[in-house]
Design a protein around this ligand. Structure first.
Ligand code: NAP
Length: 340
């Protein structure tokens, strides 16, 4: 704690960390105590740009020993998330973890178990859960607007390339690992969030048209759920188009297609799609993402001693589905879950 506030240590000073820092600054219950990165000058650049008054460094171990740091904000490249997250949990720090939180099932289990053992609070950055369209859809589903869901489809189409600051590491197998883990995990998480049910089996196909990535850039997977629901997800990194996050939910009493609703229950006199006026998940820019709500949520969970709906234990399941899809790509044919 510092000055009666929760201390936040940001580690990994790339583009997403600027958005995190701006959100932490708005929360009255926290103070940023340090920013560090692999290179100290990157941390200094963030501190100067955002206008922070805090320690600057390049030493992760220093955060672990810093008694002022209650929350560690992990925003480095994918392959450092689990080792840093396990160490942070063992040091008793609460965790805001960027996605993907791991690059293998071994890491997935190690992180889940370390956080459970330490009893620290965590939020994994599936930030679209706070997107206003997502909130509207959850509310419509809870009101029974579409009856019983039997089909769900969510796609992440994002033409990642050199413009992305993380492209150099993100395009590699060692750090980016796969399309599903680097980007498609947002779609899988949305599927789990809307379905309220877990994926039981996947079957996937992929290709790599432009050769920009060390792994296949484009993936499509068919899903079967524990309750018999079926679905599909795809993630396209080779796509030539503005960012698209497609959402289709078909139920026994109605259908939702992005911000359009057809509901026999809510709109019995309906003659066409009803459109919701809201903010759509239609940009990959980190400034567009509702990080304010995400960091506020973690702070509330810590202050009220409750678990997040998107803690590391929950995100374990999202990452497991992504890795089941990757396993289906590698070995061919269907893969059943759980993978353990
Ligand atoms: N939730 C979302 O919607 C969202 C959006 C964007 C990104 N992300 C995730 O956030 C993470 C960062 O992505 P980004 O776009 O910000 O990439 P980025 O701009 O490349 O930032 C990553 C930063 O980490 C630093 N770094 C490299 N190795 C490190 C290490 N071993 N320990 C600590 N820091 C290290 C690098 O800075 P220096 O080497 O210069 O120190 C680099 O600037 C990724 O996992 C990505 O998937 C999530």
């Amino acid at each position: 704690m510092i000055d009666g506030k929760l201390g936040v240590a940001i580690h990994g000073a790339g583009q997403v960390a600027y958005a995190h820092a701006a959100s932490w600054l708005k929360n009255p219950h926290v103070k940023i105590v340090s920013v560090s990165s692999r290179k100290k000058e990157s941390a200094q650049k963030l501190v100067d740009k955002v206008g922070l008054d805090c320690e600057v460094g390049d030493d992760f171990d220093r955060i672990l020993k810093d008694g002022r740091a209650d929350i560690v904000n992990l925003s480095g490249p994918n392959h450092v998330h689990t080792p840093q997250g396990v160490a942070a949990a063992q040091a008793g720090k609460h965790i805001l973890m960027e996605k993907p939180m791991c690059v293998s099932m071994e890491e997935n289990r190690a992180l889940r178990d370390a956080v459970a053992k330490a009893g620290v609070k965590s939020v994994v950055s599936f930030v679209l859960r706070w997107n206003p369209l997502f909130e509207n859809i959850k509310s419509l589903l809870a009101a029974g607007a579409v009856g019983e869901l039997f089909y769900i489809e969510v796609d992440y189409w994002h033409g990642l390339a050199e413009w992305w600051t993380g492209f150099d590491w993100g395009r590699t197998y060692a750090s980016g690992r796969s399309t599903m883990l680097t980007g498609g995990c947002h779609a899988v998480d949305a599927i789990r969030w809307f379905a309220g049910n877990e994926v039981a089996e996947v079957s996937a196909f992929s290709n790599n048209k432009k050769g920009k990535f060390e792994y296949d850039a484009n993936v499509a997977a068919v899903l079967k759920f524990e309750n018999g629901m079926i679905g599909k997800t795809s993630a396209l990194f080779d796509g030539e188009m503005p960012y698209q996050f497609n959402i289709d939910l078909a139920g026994t009493e109605g259908t939702i297609r992005d911000n359009r609703v057809w509901s026999k229950k809510l709109f019995p006199g309906q003659t066409g799609w009803t459109t919701m006026q809201t903010i759509l998940p239609d940009s990959g820019a980190v400034e567009h993402h509702p990080f304010d709500f995400e960091v506020n949520h973690l702070v509330d969970c810590i202050r009220e001693n409750r678990e997040s709906h998107v803690n590391i234990a929950d995100a374990y399941r999202t990452h497991e589905v992504c890795m089941a899809i990757d396993r289906s790509l590698a070995q061919g044919g269907p893969v059943r879950l759980p993978l353990e």
